[in-house]
Design a protein around this ligand. Structure first.
Ligand code: GLN
Length: 487
């Protein structure tokens, strides 16, 4: 029982079901590990709420009416609104904000029986690649606390890696599940756009935002994703009308004959040599297990950066107009009139990166520039999606790096927004196309930091990605490694 915090979601679910351990015992163990808030991963904790939920799970288990993940703890990125915990989106403008309802993803995981440990730190409004844009301080990487955990779901990745929680939710607009998962040596998946409801997710760029699970293994991600996804047509107009799926079913399929597409553009000059050689070894492993590597082309990969950094800020500038000091959140104390109140509220409470994006977004949408920037970007976005369809005529999944390097040092890129943007190059294409993508740990780079491999699938092919990742994880042990002090 001494190593409860090292158990997987699947193991905990089984132990709870068999009454080998109680939900209150499990929750108590994780709450103890969260004490002192290691890595600054959490933004809100209420142990009495967590323990009450755990007690309710124990009652359900005793009554024989347990959900599939009854009593297993999870923590949520602070982008999901929650009734029982504050929701800040990492921003000062929502300091102490309490939502009157739970996000669909949160309530679905509760219905499956999961117990909420708290809310996890993230970049302000999920804008960032290093978690250094949080108004509540940076998160540190459990593998090396002088380094960033990745972003924007940095708190989620750090908490799972440090065994503060067996699982977490994240959101991915341009890589925010995959990249922090890679940097912290855990597994994470962003499903097809529309699979998971956006209801109750604080909006950043609505045509890109997707929720997904982060855990240690593909097997655990499959369990979590099965509970999270499913239509929510009344509440999210972009929710897909696709029936709930059990993503665990296909995990055991062997890799024999699976065609893995290798995009030439993902292995160019910008890729650090240690990341490259680690990915090469992982691809060799897939080959040894029967997969076939197929060279493919994604010729517009480089364009995904300018395209994303036009479309995402455009949507953000519109979404964030709701934070005006009237409806909710922070309001400036002193002001002369309404316009002054708006201006002071927003100047005081938005961080630099958020302001930068609001300005870029307003600019690219403005009269005279709309055609030159926004419309062009939309056209290229379509071509990027078409390139993927071309590629998927030759392969079943696409594999490559998640990021050009391993996690960098805190502060290294914090004054250089462009350097942060460039590091998103391999995650943005799948986001722009709305395709499912995942990251799984495949080894360590020169600095001893984890390296993640990305798998991209065609629309609704999450099960295939999880299958490939699970088969890889059955033959390797990277996903079982714990950072020093966490085991
Ligand atoms: N790093 C990207 C950005 O800063 C992606 C963020 C995300 O996926 N939420 O916008």
């Amino acid at each position: 029982m001494g190593d409860l915090h090292n158990k997987s979601v699947a193991q905990l679910a089984a132990m709870l079901k068999n009454k080998e351990v109680s939900a209150v015992e499990v929750a108590t163990r994780f709450l103890a590990r969260m004490g002192g808030n290691p890595h600054n991963a959490f933004l809100d904790i209420h142990s009495e709420v967590t323990l009450a939920q755990a007690q309710a799970s124990d009652d359900k288990i005793a009554a024989g009416i347990a959900g599939p993940l009854e009593g297993v703890p999870i923590a949520h990125k602070d982008i999901f609104v929650t009734q029982d915990f504050a929701t800040t989106a990492g921003s000062k403008i929502l300091k102490d904000y309490r939502s009157p309802f739970d996000a669909t993803v949160v309530s679905r995981l509760r219905e499956a029986g999961m117990v909420t440990l708290g809310k996890l730190n993230c970049d302000e409004f999920a804008m960032g690649s290093a978690n250094e844009n949080s108004a509540y301080g940076a998160v540190t990487n459990p593998w090396d606390t002088t380094r960033i955990p990745g972003g924007s779901s940095g708190g989620s990745a750090a908490a799972v890696a440090a065994r503060l929680t067996p699982a977490a939710t994240g959101t991915d607009t341009g890589g925010s599940i995959r990249q922090p998962a890679a940097f912290c040596g855990i597994t994470g998946i962003k499903p097809t756009y529309g699979r998971a409801s956006r209801y109750g997710m604080v909006a950043f760029a609505s045509s890109l935002d997707q929720a997904g699970p982060m855990a240690r293994s593909a097997e655990d991600c499959a369990l979590l994703l099965s509970a999270m996804c499913g239509p929510d047509l009344d509440r999210d107009s972009t929710s897909l009308n696709v029936a709930k799926e059990d993503f665990s079913i296909g995990l055991m399929q062997p890799l024999q004959g699976v065609r893995v597409g290798i995009p030439n553009e993902f292995f160019g000059e910008g890729l650090a040599s240690d990341v490259r050689s680690t990915i090469d070894t992982a691809l060799k492993q897939l080959q040894d297990q029967g997969a076939k590597l197929v060279p493919i082309a994604l010729p517009r990969t480089e364009l995904s950066i300018p395209v994303y950094y036009i479309i995402a800020p455009a949507e953000a500038s519109s979404n964030l107009s709701r934070f005006d000091g009237v409806k909710f959140g922070h309001r400036a104390k002193e002001f002369s009139d309404l316009a002054d109140m708006y201006e002071k509220t927003r100047s005081e409470a938005f961080g630099d990166e958020v302001k930068r994006r609001i300005m870029i977004g307003a600019y690219v949408l403005s009269h005279g520039y709309y055609d030159a920037y926004y419309l062009q970007a939309q056209k290229i976005r379509r071509m990027i999606a078409d390139d993927f369809q071309q590629a998927f005529s030759q392969c079943d999944v696409i594999a490559g790096p998640v990021a050009p390097t391993t996690a960098w040092k805190l502060g290294d890129k914090s004054d250089d927004p462009l350097a942060n943007y460039l590091a998103d190059i391999f995650t943005l294409p799948a986001s722009l196309a709305g395709l499912p993508g995942m990251s799984l740990p495949v080894g360590f780079g020169e600095s001893g930091m984890p390296v993640g491999m990305q798998l991209i699938g065609n629309y609704l092919q999450e099960a295939r990605l999880l299958n490939v990742a699970h088969q890889y994880q059955l033959h390797t042990d990277h996903h079982t490694q714990a950072p020093g002090g966490a085991a």
